[in-house]
Design a protein around this ligand. Structure first.
Ligand code: FAD
Length: 361
């Protein structure tokens, strides 16, 4: 493989918040870079999925990007203006972080699949060649796996359809009627910006539930433990917003005053020109923007059969990162740790448990 050690003890797949936290703790624990561990990342530059976020997502409109362990965000950004784009500021921070701690990140290297070897090792097949390893910390996030529900007629629509992942700028839709589908944080943010420049309609499956009052640590812990219970039981994790609810903020208040917050229930099918509800009502739209979320990017792990009949991957260990069916593999930034703070903690727990399991350091 081009520059990749062919044989190592631990491969970290992905260099987002979760992968970098794991790499930091491996280094701190004395696992030697290269021979002891490598990080493989498919992106061309540091920054994980943040480098792909839409330009209007700024440091004031993200919820909160937690510091990685051992170095503050403000060390690269200074007291960054809240108008700074997240897709620029976060990658700058990650780049500096990788350099400061000498983390062995190889990029762009895409992991294609992970298979079992006869000698109890795992074979990581990449687009740059194979790497043999004893353990894996998987930190591949969700950005590469956008989810769009299978609504009948989707392929017939003659207007434009796009997913949150493709979104760039509200001005792309000037003069068009945009249908925004989804009840999560991204749907709400994009509805806010697009409705300021053009006509919008908002559709959600369920009545959105707004949380009045602050989203404090206790509420965060309660939300995480709900998702954690699911993955410990071998079920697919639910979306974060389904357990946290939406925040009632001054922006949301302003949206309500502008009259853009009223939502319609989910439509039943799609036609060439728009959407139709069960009761026969229809609406012509030019654009359908699917803000319907992401799924964990795990297809490269299919050959090692981690899934249960229940559809999910049972996770165990202190923070539910270790795969019950194959303790050589940890999933971080997944399910209960799919947030910047969760990814930090999961990276540490996964390193401690995997090193203990493999008898390293
Ligand atoms: P990523 O940052 O997605 O990194 C995964 C890395 O893995 C990528 O670099 C990718 O290229 C690489 N990769 C994927 N597949 C492969 C492969 N097969 N081979 C090699 N490399 C691969 N959380 C918060 O706490 N606060 C927020 O404000 C917040 N805002 C968000 C806004 C949006 C729009 C979204 C989508 C998420 C947001 N989150 C937020 C969630 C948060 O970004 C993540 O949970 C967190 O950053 C953890 O990232 P990660 O390391 O799991 O993944």
């Amino acid at each position: 493989a081009a520059g990749v050690a062919l044989r190592t003890d631990i491969v970290v797949i992905g260099a987002g918040q979760a992968g970098l936290s794991a790499a930091y703790h491996l280094k701190k624990q004395g696992v030697p870079p290269g021979k002891g561990f490598v990080v493989l990342d498919a992106n061309p530059f540091p920054g994980g999925a943040w480098q792909h976020r839409w330009p209007t997502l700024t440091l004031s409109t993200v919820n909160r990007v937690h510091d990685l362990p051992g170095m503050r965000f403000t060390e690269t950004t200074g007291e960054a203006l809240s108008s700074v784009q997240a897709r620029l500021a976060v990658p700058e921070y990650f780049a500096e972080y990788e350099k400061r701690f000498g983390l062995p990140v190889y990029r762009p290297v895409r992991v294609l699949q992970v298979t079992d070897r006869a000698d109890h090792r795992l074979q990581v097949q990449t687009d740059q060649g194979p790497v043999s390893t004893r353990g894996i910390i998987n930190a591949t996030g969700t950005w590469n796996t956008p989810f769009i529900p299978d609504v009948p007629g989707r392929e017939r629509f003659l207007g434009r359809q796009l997913h949150t992942q493709d979104y760039q700028n509200p001005h792309d839709f000037l003069g068009q009627h945009v249908l925004i589908v989804g009840g999560g944080i991204s749907a709400l943010q994009l509805l806010d910006e697009i409705s300021q420049v053009t006509e919008t309609t908002w559709v959600t499956r369920r009545e959105p539930e707004f949380r009045k009052g602050p989203f404090d640590d206790e509420a965060g812990r309660a939300a995480v433990s709900l998702v954690e219970a699911r993955v410990r039981a071998g079920l697919e994790p639910e979306s974060v917003v389904s357990v946290t609810g939406l925040m009632w903020t001054p922006q949301v208040e302003a949206m309500q005053q502008r009259g853009v917050l009223s939502r319609l229930p989910m439509f039943q099918h799609i036609t060439e020109k728009g959407v139709v509800w069960e009761d026969g009502r229809s609406l012509h739209v030019d654009v359908i923007l699917w803000c319907t979320g992401f799924r964990s990017s795990l297809s490269h792990l299919s050959p090692v059969n981690l899934r249960e009949d229940t559809g999910g991957i049972t996770l165990t260990g202190r923070l539910a990162t270790q795969v019950a069916r194959d303790p050589r593999i940890h999933l971080v930034g997944h399910g209960p740790s799919a947030s910047t703070i969760g990814a930090n903690r999961a990276g540490r727990a996964a390193v401690q448990e995997l090193c203990a399991f493999l008898g390293i350091t």
